[in-house]
Ligand binder design. Structure first.
Ligand SMILES: [Zn+2]
Length: 66
């Protein structure tokens, strides 16, 4: 449901990916030292703080799936 990823020292909470290709909905690998990314422990009661993940979720809500 949630993934806490540190990128260059800043931790954001993301939604998890649905395809299994990435760690996050917004396409971070989550564990890529060459990109300065690492997965860290989730806080209690996590809330998504990643603006890109939030934008994707808001966008997806505009569609009705039958
Ligand atoms: Zn994200």
């Amino acid at each position: 449901m949630f993934a806490a990823i540190e990128v260059e020292g800043v931790v954001d909470i993301h939604a998890t990916d649905v395809t299994g290709v990435y760690a996050t909905l917004c396409g971070l690998d989550g564990d890529d030292p060459t990109a300065g990314q690492k997965t860290v422990k989730l806080p209690k009661n996590p809330r998504i703080t990643c603006e890109t993940c939030l934008a994707i979720i808001r966008h997806a809500k505009e569609y009705k799936v039958r």
